[in-house]
Design a binder for this molecule. Structure first.
Ligand SMILES: *Cc1c(COP(=O)(O)O)cnc(C)c1O
Length: 533
């Protein structure tokens, strides 16, 4: 047991630890509780529950029966609950404070969404339940689909992809199927601008395409001339993130789409940042053929730390018939039906004039029901005008951050005009030896989760701040004050910043070693020590 890492000993009298206070017996710092691993606090020979010993019986496992103990720690219920609650208090969360992660859109999740998602008729449905018992759930999926199509000005939508990157794969597979149907499967190149999200080239490569980079201009947008010059009979598609990862709107998108279409290619738009333009811009008007929407960014719903996502893909008329099954559709009888393989052809003849070229399935079932319910609740509670205000406030807040800090932090594209939903800074003017990492670690001591760092790659030492529309001016001012203070310390070369954070449960860790040589399994040191003796 090693619960007492920093207990007081007589020789420590009068001595301070790193943050100026005498160490405590427990290692706790008031409400900041130390917590050991569950294997260290629990004993493998005890159990937290009182079960009568199993009756002797003949084992049917034969030589498969375990002959050593399983080695799991035995803890009582309160010990277990406390362990995980203490650990959870070491987390940062959107319900604790501003979460400035750029590109991730960490915004408040209204409790109303949670209430709706927990209604038994949505929360407890089983994907294999007879369709006539889940009409309400199908209505939700279909109503959300109609909103997504309307908001984007597109023709169809595939609801089942389970995250942004999954949606990218869905869109690219639609494009692949469309090219093959046209007899142009030889188009193997996907053009990806430098300002695109990293998942874009990964998706294209995964789907079997060859990825080629298109450079960015000095002001952080796609180099339209370079892109046009590269178009040709081998190009299948371009993948453009809009707004892009520099937080800028790709103003030439319509011109780019027209050129790509004229050259026989398709336009994939990474719409994960739709939060910044929802209600203001319809990607369909810009010539986009496929675009995923991260419901978990634009339409709230909790995410991060492995939480669920949902990435429906809106499709142009040219691609809609290639969408994966199943999908929902309201038929002439007024009911919403689930279109599966066995009904697809008949349905297509009746409703789409016989066109059905679905490339297959993306998931076993219909997508993330909980996310759909939350997103539709968010949409209906904001209404069309409220959604437009979401985008406007998100952009206003990001510009407020940008303009409030551009005098202290280098802001590479600030001269190009207003930003969209996120403010981009770099480490260009910090003191020698100080970097973006030091600023990020300093922010932890100020009580904030750091912003996104070292992304986008087009900017050296990037710091990407996305405040979202959720934050009040007071909250933004406090965050700006904190970041300004840390930036000033990094510019003045404050040596204490090099070892920050000082107030977190653990100070600076070797992140490279942690990533390259992770120690993922706990080994009991006692037997190892005994073996060594
Ligand atoms: C978040 C994000 C993605 C990936 O979405 P996931 O749901 O994490 O797969 C793709 N592109 C952009 C621009 C993003 O911000």
């Amino acid at each position: 047991m090693s619960i007492n890492a920093s207990g007081w000993r007589p020789e420590m009298a009068g001595k301070d630890n790193a943050d100026g206070a005498a160490p405590t017996f427990t290692g706790n710092k008031a409400l900041m509780l130390e917590e050991a691993l569950i294997f260290e606090i629990g004993d493998t020979t005890t159990t937290g529950v009182d079960i009568a010993p199993a009756q002797e019986g003949k084992s049917r496992l034969g030589n498969l029966a375990r002959d050593t103990t399983i080695g799991l720690p035995g803890l009582s219920e309160p010990e277990t609950v406390r362990h995980y609650t203490r650990l959870s208090r070491q987390n940062y969360a959107i319900d604790l404070g501003l979460f400035p992660l750029g590109s991730c859109t960490m915004k408040h999740n209204p409790r109303l969404n949670e209430k709706m998602a927990r209604l038994p008729g949505f929360a407890d449905v089983h994907p294999l339940q007879p369709v006539d018992t889940v009409q309400g759930a199908l209505e939700v999926i279909n109503e959300l689909a109609v909103w997504l199509i309307k908001l984007t000005g597109m023709h169809g939508v595939a609801m089942s992809p389970k995250a942004g990157a999954h949606g990218e794969l869905c869109g690219i597979l639609c494009i692949k199927a469309a090219l093959e149907k046209r007899g142009e499967g030889h188009r193997k190149v996907v053009l990806v601008p430098e300002s695109a999200h990293g998942t874009n080239p990964a998706t294209a490569a995964f789907a079997g395409f060859k990825v080629e980079d298109i450079p960015a201009t000095a002001e952080g947008r796609v180099d339209t001339a370079a892109l046009k010059a590269r178009l040709g009979p081998d190009v299948a598609a371009v993948m453009i993130t809009n707004p892009n990862t520099c937080g800028l709107f790709e103003r030439d998108l319509k011109e780019i789409s027209d050129a790509v279409h004229a050259a026989g290619g398709y336009v994939y738009c990474d719409g994960a940042n739709f939060n910044a333009i929802v209600g203001r811009v319809r990607p369909g008007d810009l010539g986009v053929d496929a675009m995923h929407i991260n419901l978990h960014k634009t339409f709230s719903t909790p995410h991060g730390g492995g939480g669920p996502g949902s990435g429906p893909v809106v499709l142009s008329e040219a691609l809609s018939s290639f969408a994966p099954l199943p999908y929902t559709a309201r038929t002439k009888d007024g009911h919403v039906h689930l279109i599966e393989e066995e009904r697809a052809e008949e349905f297509a003849v009746e409703h789409f004039g016989g066109k059905l070229d679905s490339f297959g399935r993306m998931t076993a079932f219909h997508g993330q029901m909980g996310m759909f319910t939350r997103a539709l609740t968010y949409i209906l509670s904001h209404g069309a005008d409220g959604l437009r205000q979401v985008a406007e406030d998100a952009v206003l807040n990001a510009n407020y951050v940008l303009r409030s800090l551009e005098d202290v932090l280098d802001a590479p594209f600030a001269g190009a005009g207003p930003c969209m939903h996120e403010a981009l800074f770099s480490d260009a003017n910090l003191a020698d030896g100080f970097s973006t990492l030091d600023v990020a670690k300093g922010l932890i001591d100020e009580g904030y989760h750091p912003m996104t760092v070292y992304f986008p790659l087009v900017v050296h030492g990037a710091m990407l701040v996305e405040p979202t529309e959720t934050e009040s001016k007071a909250a933004l001012d406090q965050f700006i004050g904190a970041l300004r203070s840390v930036a000033e310390r990094a510019k003045a070369g404050d040596p204490a910043l090099k070892t920050a954070p000082h107030f977190a449960p653990r100070s600076r860790l070797d992140e490279t070693q942690a990533a390259r040589r992770p120690v993922l399994a706990w080994k009991d040191p006692a037997p190892m020590a005994a073996a060594a003796e």
